[in-house]
Design a protein around this ligand. Structure first.
Ligand SMILES: *Cc1c(COP(=O)(O)O)cnc(C)c1O
Length: 221
Protein backbone atom coordinates (compact mmCIF):
# COMPACT_ATOMS: atom_id res chain seq x y z
CA UNK A 1 0.00 0.00 0.00
CA UNK A 2 2.71 2.49 1.02
CA UNK A 3 4.79 1.68 -2.04
CA UNK A 4 1.78 2.12 -4.31
CA UNK A 5 0.95 5.43 -2.65
CA UNK A 6 4.49 6.70 -3.16
CA UNK A 7 4.60 5.63 -6.80
CA UNK A 8 1.23 7.26 -7.44
CA UNK A 9 2.30 10.51 -5.77
CA UNK A 10 5.65 10.64 -7.53
CA UNK A 11 3.77 10.28 -10.81
CA UNK A 12 1.16 12.86 -9.83
CA UNK A 13 3.40 15.59 -8.44
CA UNK A 14 4.78 17.67 -11.29
CA UNK A 15 8.55 17.79 -11.58
CA UNK A 16 8.50 21.57 -11.35
CA UNK A 17 6.20 24.31 -10.01
CA UNK A 18 4.93 27.13 -12.25
CA UNK A 19 8.15 29.06 -11.44
CA UNK A 20 10.18 26.26 -13.02
CA UNK A 21 11.60 25.14 -9.68
CA UNK A 22 12.12 21.48 -8.86
CA UNK A 23 9.65 20.11 -6.30
CA UNK A 24 10.97 18.19 -3.32
CA UNK A 25 8.72 15.72 -1.55
CA UNK A 26 9.36 15.21 2.16
CA UNK A 27 7.56 12.26 3.77
CA UNK A 28 6.05 13.37 7.11
CA UNK A 29 6.79 10.27 9.17
CA UNK A 30 5.29 11.08 12.59
CA UNK A 31 4.00 7.97 14.41
CA UNK A 32 5.09 5.67 11.58
CA UNK A 33 7.18 2.61 12.43
CA UNK A 34 10.60 2.24 10.80
CA UNK A 35 9.31 -0.55 8.51
CA UNK A 36 6.72 1.79 7.00
CA UNK A 37 9.32 4.53 6.49
CA UNK A 38 11.71 2.04 4.88
CA UNK A 39 8.97 0.87 2.52
CA UNK A 40 8.43 4.48 1.44
CA UNK A 41 12.18 4.91 0.89
CA UNK A 42 12.32 1.75 -1.22
CA UNK A 43 9.55 3.16 -3.36
CA UNK A 44 11.49 6.36 -4.06
CA UNK A 45 11.17 8.70 -1.06
CA UNK A 46 14.45 10.63 -0.66
CA UNK A 47 13.57 12.98 2.22
CA UNK A 48 11.91 12.26 5.56
CA UNK A 49 10.62 14.68 8.20
CA UNK A 50 9.98 14.02 11.87
CA UNK A 51 7.87 16.01 14.29
CA UNK A 52 9.04 14.54 17.56
CA UNK A 53 12.60 14.47 18.84
CA UNK A 54 12.04 11.20 20.68
CA UNK A 55 10.87 9.44 17.52
CA UNK A 56 13.70 10.96 15.53
CA UNK A 57 16.18 9.49 18.00
CA UNK A 58 14.51 6.09 18.42
CA UNK A 59 14.20 5.42 14.71
CA UNK A 60 17.34 7.16 13.47
CA UNK A 61 19.53 4.07 13.03
CA UNK A 62 16.66 1.85 11.80
CA UNK A 63 16.15 3.87 8.64
CA UNK A 64 17.64 2.33 5.50
CA UNK A 65 19.35 4.15 2.70
CA UNK A 66 20.49 7.65 3.45
CA UNK A 67 17.49 9.91 3.10
CA UNK A 68 17.80 13.61 3.87
CA UNK A 69 16.57 14.25 7.40
CA UNK A 70 14.17 17.09 8.06
CA UNK A 71 12.75 18.23 11.36
CA UNK A 72 9.27 19.65 10.85
CA UNK A 73 7.70 19.77 14.33
CA UNK A 74 7.66 22.12 17.29
CA UNK A 75 11.16 22.12 18.77
CA UNK A 76 11.91 22.77 22.45
CA UNK A 77 15.26 24.47 22.97
CA UNK A 78 16.40 21.84 25.49
CA UNK A 79 16.07 19.12 22.81
CA UNK A 80 18.23 20.79 20.16
CA UNK A 81 21.23 18.73 21.25
CA UNK A 82 19.63 15.51 20.01
CA UNK A 83 19.19 16.85 16.48
CA UNK A 84 22.42 18.78 16.03
CA UNK A 85 24.54 17.62 13.14
CA UNK A 86 21.95 14.96 12.19
CA UNK A 87 19.34 17.23 10.65
CA UNK A 88 19.71 18.42 7.07
CA UNK A 89 16.97 21.05 7.36
CA UNK A 90 15.01 22.48 10.31
CA UNK A 91 11.63 23.64 8.95
CA UNK A 92 10.08 24.98 12.09
CA UNK A 93 12.13 27.88 13.41
CA UNK A 94 9.13 29.69 14.81
CA UNK A 95 10.46 32.06 17.48
CA UNK A 96 13.56 34.16 18.21
CA UNK A 97 14.77 32.30 21.31
CA UNK A 98 14.80 29.04 19.35
CA UNK A 99 16.81 30.59 16.50
CA UNK A 100 19.28 32.08 18.98
CA UNK A 101 19.74 28.84 20.88
CA UNK A 102 20.11 26.75 17.71
CA UNK A 103 22.79 29.14 16.47
CA UNK A 104 24.60 29.02 19.81
CA UNK A 105 24.51 25.22 20.02
CA UNK A 106 25.48 24.86 16.35
CA UNK A 107 28.47 27.17 16.81
CA UNK A 108 29.60 25.22 19.88
CA UNK A 109 29.39 21.98 17.90
CA UNK A 110 31.25 23.48 14.95
CA UNK A 111 28.34 23.12 12.50
CA UNK A 112 26.19 25.49 10.48
CA UNK A 113 22.50 24.55 10.60
CA UNK A 114 20.24 25.00 7.59
CA UNK A 115 16.87 26.35 8.61
CA UNK A 116 13.53 27.61 7.35
CA UNK A 117 11.63 30.38 9.11
CA UNK A 118 8.09 29.31 9.97
CA UNK A 119 5.36 31.82 9.15
CA UNK A 120 1.90 31.62 10.71
CA UNK A 121 0.23 32.69 7.49
CA UNK A 122 -3.32 32.10 8.73
CA UNK A 123 -2.69 33.99 12.01
CA UNK A 124 -3.92 30.94 13.86
CA UNK A 125 -3.88 30.88 17.64
CA UNK A 126 -2.87 27.21 17.79
CA UNK A 127 0.03 27.47 15.34
CA UNK A 128 3.55 28.69 15.86
CA UNK A 129 5.52 31.01 13.64
CA UNK A 130 6.09 34.64 12.87
CA UNK A 131 3.25 36.70 11.45
CA UNK A 132 3.51 37.97 7.90
CA UNK A 133 3.95 41.49 9.31
CA UNK A 134 6.90 40.60 11.52
CA UNK A 135 8.49 38.20 9.02
CA UNK A 136 10.99 40.57 7.39
CA UNK A 137 12.38 41.91 10.67
CA UNK A 138 12.55 38.36 12.07
CA UNK A 139 14.40 37.30 8.93
CA UNK A 140 16.97 40.07 9.37
CA UNK A 141 17.68 39.07 12.96
CA UNK A 142 17.85 35.36 12.21
CA UNK A 143 20.01 35.77 9.10
CA UNK A 144 22.50 37.72 11.25
CA UNK A 145 23.01 34.79 13.64
CA UNK A 146 26.45 33.28 13.02
CA UNK A 147 25.78 29.52 12.80
CA UNK A 148 22.49 29.43 10.90
CA UNK A 149 21.91 29.51 7.16
CA UNK A 150 18.39 30.61 6.23
CA UNK A 151 17.32 28.46 3.28
CA UNK A 152 13.77 29.75 3.01
CA UNK A 153 10.34 29.69 4.59
CA UNK A 154 7.82 27.17 5.88
CA UNK A 155 4.09 27.51 6.40
CA UNK A 156 1.04 25.43 7.17
CA UNK A 157 -2.18 26.68 5.65
CA UNK A 158 -5.31 26.65 7.84
CA UNK A 159 -7.69 23.72 7.60
CA UNK A 160 -10.35 24.97 5.21
CA UNK A 161 -12.17 23.90 2.09
CA UNK A 162 -12.23 27.47 0.78
CA UNK A 163 -9.75 27.05 -2.05
CA UNK A 164 -9.81 30.73 -2.93
CA UNK A 165 -8.73 31.63 0.60
CA UNK A 166 -6.08 28.90 0.64
CA UNK A 167 -4.65 30.03 -2.69
CA UNK A 168 -4.51 33.65 -1.58
CA UNK A 169 -2.63 32.74 1.61
CA UNK A 170 -0.24 30.49 -0.31
CA UNK A 171 0.35 33.28 -2.84
CA UNK A 172 1.14 35.70 0.02
CA UNK A 173 3.76 33.23 1.20
CA UNK A 174 5.24 33.11 -2.27
CA UNK A 175 5.33 36.93 -2.35
CA UNK A 176 7.24 37.05 0.93
CA UNK A 177 9.55 34.29 -0.27
CA UNK A 178 10.35 36.23 -3.44
CA UNK A 179 11.03 39.46 -1.52
CA UNK A 180 13.47 37.75 0.80
CA UNK A 181 15.06 35.62 -1.89
CA UNK A 182 15.90 38.82 -3.78
CA UNK A 183 18.21 39.78 -0.88
CA UNK A 184 19.55 36.34 0.03
CA UNK A 185 21.27 33.87 -2.30
CA UNK A 186 20.83 31.05 0.23
CA UNK A 187 17.06 31.06 -0.31
CA UNK A 188 16.03 27.86 -2.03
CA UNK A 189 12.96 26.37 -0.32
CA UNK A 190 9.37 27.34 0.22
CA UNK A 191 8.06 24.41 2.30
CA UNK A 192 4.29 24.49 2.04
CA UNK A 193 1.71 21.83 1.21
CA UNK A 194 0.29 18.82 3.05
CA UNK A 195 -1.90 15.95 1.87
CA UNK A 196 -5.08 18.06 1.70
CA UNK A 197 -3.75 21.20 0.03
CA UNK A 198 -0.56 20.42 -1.86
CA UNK A 199 -1.95 21.05 -5.36
CA UNK A 200 -2.99 24.58 -4.37
CA UNK A 201 0.41 25.17 -2.81
CA UNK A 202 2.26 24.01 -5.93
CA UNK A 203 0.10 26.29 -8.09
CA UNK A 204 0.99 29.22 -5.82
CA UNK A 205 4.72 28.49 -5.99
CA UNK A 206 5.68 26.08 -3.22
CA UNK A 207 8.73 23.96 -4.04
CA UNK A 208 8.76 21.60 -1.06
CA UNK A 209 5.84 19.43 0.05
CA UNK A 210 5.44 17.60 3.36
CA UNK A 211 3.06 14.69 2.92
CA UNK A 212 2.04 12.15 5.54
CA UNK A 213 -1.47 10.78 5.12
CA UNK A 214 -1.29 10.44 1.35
CA UNK A 215 1.82 8.26 1.73
CA UNK A 216 1.11 6.26 4.88
CA UNK A 217 -2.67 6.43 5.15
CA UNK A 218 -4.42 7.67 8.27
CA UNK A 219 -2.04 7.90 11.18
CA UNK A 220 -2.10 5.22 13.87
CA UNK A 221 -3.42 6.61 17.17
C1 LIG B 1 1.80 15.86 9.93
C2 LIG B 1 2.42 16.98 9.25
C3 LIG B 1 2.42 17.09 7.85
C4 LIG B 1 1.72 16.09 6.95
O1 LIG B 1 0.34 16.18 7.11
P1 LIG B 1 -0.64 15.25 6.22
O2 LIG B 1 -1.91 16.00 6.23
O3 LIG B 1 -0.72 13.94 6.92
O4 LIG B 1 -0.03 15.14 4.87
C5 LIG B 1 3.09 18.16 7.27
N1 LIG B 1 3.70 19.09 8.01
C6 LIG B 1 3.73 19.03 9.35
C7 LIG B 1 4.43 20.09 10.10
C8 LIG B 1 3.09 18.00 10.00
O5 LIG B 1 3.10 17.96 11.33
Amino acid sequence: MIKQNVKKLLAEIPSANPFGEKLTLVAAVKLQPAEAINAAIEAGITDIGDNHVQEFRDKFSQINGSPKRHFIGHLQTNKIKYLLGKTDLYHSIDRMPLAEELSKKSAAAGVTSDILIQINIGNEEAKGGFSLEEAESAYKKIAALPALRVKGLMAMLPLSDDNVLLYSLAAKMRGLYDRLRAQDDNFEYLSMGMSGDWQICVDAGSNMLRLGTSIFGKRPV
